[in-house]
Write a protein that binds this ligand. Structure first.
Ligand SMILES: [Zn+2]
Length: 283
């Protein structure tokens, strides 16, 4: 879709199943199961929607999915199917070597795994060899020194090649990446989680990363169990949803297999504010 002077495309890096309990945090299964089906092992289907932003002369990719650096055990646990591949999804628009910038919401494996792969000689190489990779400094530090709790989310083979290639641009806090593209620091989900906001000619679209991984997470208490500061997530989510409803922002959902994007309507039920999705397609 055209958003003012930008062309936006959702490019899929495939799907993966994830434990439903971890996706909905404190919400009991009898509640979330009203909205979403789980398989026999309690896993739900998660999309890996990445965003391509094209300007007149730049290709900017937001997040890059799981990649394919998995051994047989992880493939089995996650029942990985990365079809269609991100490379295939990008092919109508550009080649991987034509990506100028990779903006990462954060460095968890399902957002940053696609930065690198093992070549035939067993050496790590970058999947977007020309891209400058933009990430929050706090996130980089968390990924380089993960705790016992979150080290499964930050595999070393995602982080190390970025450091060696010298392609990193570390930023701190809210940051204007270029006129019309802002990176908004949220924290909450991870130490340096950020949103990507694109604005042109009075219209805005926000890639919400894992602040609201699916449209189900528009419900305020629906916050993943991965979040390191869930109260912070709640605070930022309320602020972003109120702005999105007031200013007509298009929200793009990384992990929603049904609704890739939509506009937000605020409704009041008694003393409670609720947010409802008006689904939209980016095409
Ligand atoms: Zn995620």
């Amino acid at each position: 879709m055209q958003l003012g002077t930008f062309n936006l495309e959702v490019v899929s890096a495939g799907y993966f199943p994830l434990d439903g309990g971890s996706v909905f945090g404190l919400i009991p299964k009898p509640i979330w199961n009203n909205y979403i089906e789980a398989d026999a092992q309690n896993r739900i289907r998660m999309a890996l929607n990445c965003l391509l932003i094209q300007t007149a002369d730049k290709n900017i990719l937001v997040d890059c999915g799981l990649g394919d650096k998995f051994g047989p055990k992880q493939r089995d646990i996650f029942k990985l199917s990365t079809e269609p591949s991100l490379k295939d999804a990008l092919s109508p628009y550009c080649k991987p070597e034509e990506i100028d910038y990779l903006l990462l919401t954060h460095l968890h494996f399902d957002h940053a795994g696609g930065v690198s792969r093992y070549n035939a000689a067993g050496r790590l190489e970058l999947c977007f060899p020309r891209a400058k990779v933009v990430v929050q400094k706090k996130e980089w530090e968390a990924a380089c020194h993960p705790s016992e709790r979150n080290k499964g989310s930050y595999p070393a083979d995602n982080v190390a090649p970025l450091d060696e290639a010298g392609c990193l641009q570390l930023i701190e806090g809210d940051y204007t990446f270029m006129p019309g593209i802002e990176l908004i620091f949220t924290g909450g989900h991870s130490a340096g989680h950020q949103l990507i906001k694109v604005t042109s000619k009075g219209k805005s679209a926000v890639y919400s990363g894992d602040l609201m991984p699916t449209s189900h997470h528009l419900r305020l208490p629906f916050i993943t169990a991965f979040d390191i500061e869930p109260e912070e997530t709640l605070k930022v989510k309320k602020k972003i949803l109120a702005q999105a409803a007031d200013e007509g922002w298009l929200l793009i959902f990384k992990h929603d297999p049904e609704y890739e994007a939509g506009y937000i309507v605020q409704v009041r039920r008694g003393d409670k504010l609720e947010y409802i999705l008006k689904p939209a397609k980016i095409q």
